[in-house]
Every structure is written in C-alpha cells, then in structure tokens.
Design a protein around this ligand. Sequence first.
Ligand SMILES: Cc1cc2nc3c(=O)[nH]c(=O)nc-3n(C[C@H](O)[C@H](O)[C@H](O)COP(=O)(O)O)c2cc1C
Length: 406
Amino acid sequence: MLANKRILLGVTGGIAAYKCAELVRRLIKRGAQVQVVMTDNATRFIPAMTLAAVSGNAVRTSLWDEQAELNMGHIELARWADLILIAPASADTIARLAGGHCSDLLTTLCLATDRPIAIAPAMNRLMWSNPATQDNVSKLTARGAQFIGPAVGELAERETGPGRMVEPAELEEFCAAQFGEGVLAGQHVLITAGPTREPIDPVRFITNRSSGKMGFAMAAACADAGAKVTLVAGPVVQPTPPGVTRIDVETAEQMHKATLDAAPGCDVFIATAAVADYKPGFAADSKIKKDAASQQLDLIRNPDILADLAAKHPDIFSIGFAAETDDLQTYARGKMQRKKLDMIAGNWVGAGKGFDTDDNALWVAWPGGEQELGPAPKGVLARDLVALIAKRQAAATEQASKDNSA
Ligand SMILES: Cc1cc2nc3c(=O)[nH]c(=O)nc-3n(C[C@H](O)[C@H](O)[C@H](O)COP(=O)(O)O)c2cc1C
C-alpha cells in the first residue's frame, strides 16, 4: 500500500525524535519514498545524518538553504508529498501550525500545501492537557489535520499519562491506511462505544459494566481498513486509536445528539455502546441525603440511538450489538428486525463473558445469513467483523442497485 508513496516526515524537538530512524526504516521497507524535514531543535535530539542515512535522501533542516531554494525548494517539497506526517510533533510546533506561522521550513511548507497533514504529538502529559495545546489541537482538527495519539503510558520524565508518541509500527499502519486499499477505504464509519452514565444527583449515577474495549477495537480495525472513523465514546479509560476522531460524552442523551449530529455523510454506523435504556426521571441538583428509610427511583426511557439513526439514515449500513444473558440468537435477530438494521452482532454477557474481558465471541446475523466469529482477542475479532461488514455492505449495495434498475 505504500509502494512509491511520497511521505514527507517532519521531525520536531522532542525526546521521541530518536524513534524516527525506526519509523523511516519501516516506511522505506514498505516501499515508500521518505523525505525528512527537521526543525532546528529536532537536530539537538537526533543527528540529521542518521535520518539521511536511513531515508536515502538529504535531510532539510533550514528554510535558508541557498542551493535548495534556487527552485523554491520549500514549495517543491509541499507539492512533492502525498502525505505530510509530523512525528514527533512538539507542543511548540503544534502551536505554530495552529497560529498559521511560517517561521521555519516545516511550518512554511505545511502552510503552502494542500496535501493531508497527520500529526503525532509527543510531550509531557501536562503540556498535552494544557488548554492552550488543546485549543491548538481543536483548531488544527477543524482545518482537517489528523491527530494520531498521543498514546498513554510512561513518559520520558518517568510520569505516566497521555503524551507518548504513538509507536513507529502504528504510525506505519496509519500511513498505509491513508493510501488504503483496505476493505473500508474511502468510507466514513461512525462508531459508539462504552457505557453511558445517567445522573441521580451530582455525585451518583446509573451505569453498566461496558469497558469500551470492543468499540475501541472496532474503531482501530476500521481505521486500519482505510476508513475515516468518528468514535463517540462514553466514559471509558481507553486510548484513542491512531487516526480516529473521538467525541467524548457521558449520558445517553448526549450520545444520541453527538451521534445523530455526526451521521450525515457517514457510510457505516456501528453501535457497540452499551447505552442505558432508562434514566432517572429526575436528577437532584444537590446530593441526596440519607434521611429517608427508603428511596424510590423513577426511571424513564432514554432515546434509542440505533433505531433513530437507522430510521433517519436508511442509506447508512447500520450494525447493532446485542449483549444478552439468555436466548442470544432470538433476542439479537428480534433487535435487528425491530430496528431495521443491516446486521447484528450478538455476544453473551455475564460472569467473565463479554464486558471488560480481552477475549470475546460473536454470533453475527444479517437478513438471510449468519456466521460465528471467535472466541478470539477483541482486536482479532474486530478485524474479522470489519471484513464481514465490508463484504455484506458491498452485497447490500449491489442488491440495491439491481432492485433500482429492475
Ligand atoms: C530535554 C528536552 C526534552 C524536550 N522534550 C519535549 C517533548 O517531548 N515535547 C515537546 O513538545 N517539547 C519538548 N521539549 C521542548 C521543545 O524542544 C521546545 O519547545 C522547542 O522550542 C521545540 O521546537 P520545535 O517545535 O521547533 O522543534 C523538550 C526540551 C528539552 C530540553
């Protein structure tokens, strides 16, 4: 997928710059052409010579290179690239890009390009969560830049949190997916994941055991298959998969709104979230005291995200998940028919099964067919399910065009 693709790798001043040699080596091995541009500060972390040797191309480190600029080299570079990947991206470079600065070669060519820009941040966790950085990330995302990570883990300063650069192997897969001949290349997939929280008062809520692992595995598998992925996530502790746009929500109502707002233009909808069916009819503004001997909690129905989306967007290929403790196939098929879905993935839940486990097994059905997947780790299962979704979606599209021409 990367054969002869031209990747311009921007390297900026952070500790993770040392991983770039490995990244370049991997991209070259996949057949890509790699041209490295380093900021001045990046050269303090890794010598340009190392990246020149592994990329097979002279590394550019300055805008003020008389020889290269005889032919407006920075514009040439901006045009040459099929993809600009900045890894690691420092907080400073992210800020300069968000501000539209062109104070060095890398920011100048980013401003002078119409090619896709992907950014893999790497920094201290507080630098990352600082509102200034988050504002810059939002601005760049709104302008179409894709953020890959950061990953959560141990940082150079021996703290733990979000800020690690995504590993070279994952960046390599991200690049490959951008030129995707993946089974979902060119598709926009919308996914919900995790549980919802329904407030009782400011400190208490109703929720369920969903960890979001399956939904996040589906998001990663769809991105690996070349799709643009929007993930609407309930409250979970899961790192965002590379290349996935994540929208965090808490309640079923927030998830309903975020999902329906994101739906126009999507091709596939995968509802893995364990959305609370009911919420307290009344959420107290202040903490409820334990004065009374007993308490009554009145529950009212939450909106049905899957049914509403399938009804409003019949053109979107919609897949539901059914988590059941009994009679899985009957309930799952019933849900598919009732909500007018294109496919349903049923899984057993209960002690040690389904929720918050690393492995899972699915019984997948669609009008006129069924297939079992797993047991397998959720990542493997997600990949197999994505392949099946792509196959069924292609078959459904073919059938629809036959019906239209009949
Ligand atoms: C030892 C050391 C490590 C650093 N690591 C990072 C880092 O991981 N991420 C980051 O955003 N800045 C880091 N910085 C700060 C940047 O190098 C600094 O903000 C610089 O201006 C970035 O320049 P550039 O974006 O033009 O490469 C580090 C600085 C030092 C001295």
